[in-house]
Design a protein around this ligand. Structure first.
Ligand code: HEM
Length: 418
């Protein structure tokens, strides 16, 4: 017996998506009392899904592919074209190995050491500054960290410009109009810069250390043993640099949480057990970053009596799942302790995608993100004190991606005295 997938009201919901942002899927699932509904977005039929079972289905490669899933507007800002996100099958697994081979314990320790060193340098500057827009400064810190870790040369004079471009690529994907155009411009500039780096490495004019992301992407060969096109190698190297800088969003949310929940700061300082890990997990759960992930139906199939037709775009609600009361007790409370002895599955806590990281499309940089967040938030709570002036701390859920309105301002930074 086949059942019609519940349909969202309205002919096309694109404008509702723009105005409801992170809540778009969650609102409709609640209203229609369903985990699956169909709608039209940007003039195409789309199925939206939420919940652990839906996540399991979504990450079944027999049922879904990524080719053609990301709209052009996302490729022209966030992802770039012909990168790992849009590959399937053997080609995807081979390309994914390139990323996973960079995530060894030694390489992760390397980026944590660089992060700590950058924080040390920054404190000296912050002590003499009146007012710090934390998000912007953390983007700069992480831009230096990302380039040094990846073996990409970066002059001190270009740090702000490059950090802005990385930020705008992320900021532009969920927008229409000027914010989107800025994102496109930023991607163009960044790709040109990184294509030159790849060419210089291939000509032997630049020799980044062995094992770094720059060296590995420049030398990576596809399944036919051919070097990646320069443009594609640049897209992949940017797939490492850009998201490292984007960790600034989570750090800003972390400082927001420390301000709103002073008891968390005390626990971070006392170094209690695994508290820093729990705090970081709760930041990734509670705060909005990735709204949803998308894939296309590989071939017709039926699930729970619903018909999924070949080629249909399907969106899985990442934000909604992080706030699903079936998965989380009191989901709208910020409570790091919920991660004490938390036993999840690869399909219920998916702030950076779900399923198998090495074989599927789950984020290649999840451990790196957690490590860099832990090092940064440990520093911000244990090495310095600061004050948080009056400002607009609200976080709009209709803007994708979002941040505290004033980008998290702090002042009176001073090193802790023991
Ligand atoms: C800043 C925090 C980050 C967030 C919120 C985030 C989120 C995500 C999400 C939602 C996906 C897609 C999962 C899917 O399609 O199922 C993804 C994929 C990916 N991420 Fe991240 N990510 C972050 C940081 C990083 C970092 C630091 C790196 C690398 C250093 C990275 C590299 C990648 C790559 C290469 C993919 C594509 C994986 C594939 O298609 O197989 N990400 N990320």
């Amino acid at each position: 017996m086949k059942v019609q997938i519940p349909r969202s009201e309205g002919l096309d919901n694109s404008l509702d998506l723009l105005s409801e942002g992170y809540l778009f899927i969650l609102n409709r699932c609640r209203r229609l009392q369903t985990d699956v509904f169909q709608t039209r977005l940007l003039a195409q039929n789309v199925i939206c899904m939420t919940g652990t079972e839906a996540a399991e289905l979504f990450y079944d490669e027999e049922r879904f592919i990524r080719k053609g899933a990301a709209p052009k507007r996302v490729q022209k800002t966030l992802f770039g074209q012909n990168g790992v996100q849009g590959l399937d099958g053997a080609a995807h697994k081979h390309r994914k190995l390139l990323f996973m081979s960079l995530m060894t314990p030694e390489r992760l320790k390397g980026i944590v050491d660089l992060t700590r060193a950058q924080w040390e340098k920054t404190i000296k500057k912050w002590e003499s500054k009146d007012r710090i827009i934390l998000f912007d400064d953390v983007q700069e810190i992480l831009c230096r960290v990302a380039c040094e870790w990846a073996g990409v040369p970066l002059e001190e004079t270009e740090v702000r410009k490059r950090a802005d471009d990385f930020g705008e690529m992320v900021d532009g994907f969920g927008a229409v109009g000027p914010r989107h155009w800025q994102g496109k411009g930023a991607r163009k500039r960044a790709e040109q810069w990184i294509e030159t780096v790849i060419e210089q490495i291939r000509k032997g004019e630049l020799n980044p250390p062995e094992g770094t992301a720059a060296s590995m992407t420049a030398r990576h060969r596809d399944l036919n043993n051919k070097l990646l096109e320069t443009k594609v190698a640049a897209v992949e190297l940017l797939n490492i640099l850009r998201p490292i800088v984007a960790i600034a969003t989570y750090v800003a949310f972390g400082v927001h949480a420390l301000h709103e929940h002073p008891e968390c700061r005390k626990k971070m300082q006392s170094g209690e057990g695994q508290y820093v890990q729990q705090f970081v997990q709760e930041i990734r759960r509670f705060y909005p970053f990735t709204p949803f992930v998308g894939a296309r139906v590989r071939r017709d199939f039926t699930w729970k009596n619903y018909q999924f037709e070949n080629g249909t775009l399907v969106l899985l609600d990442v934000y909604g799942m992080n706030h699903d009361p079936r998965i989380w007790d009191q989901p709208d409370e910020f409570r790091p302790e919920r991660f004490d002895h938390w036993e999840g599955s690869p399909f219920d806590f998916i702030p950076q995608g779900g399923g198998d990281r090495a074989r599927g499309h789950r984020c290649a940089g999840e451990w790196l993100t957690i490590n860099v967040m832990e090092a940064s938030l440990h520093f911000l709570t244990n090495e310095i004190d600061y004050d948080v002036p009056v400002q607009d701390l609200s976080i709009s859920l209709s803007r994708i991606p979002t941040l505290p309105k004033d980008r998290m301002v702090i002042h009176h930074v001073r090193r802790k005295t023991v």
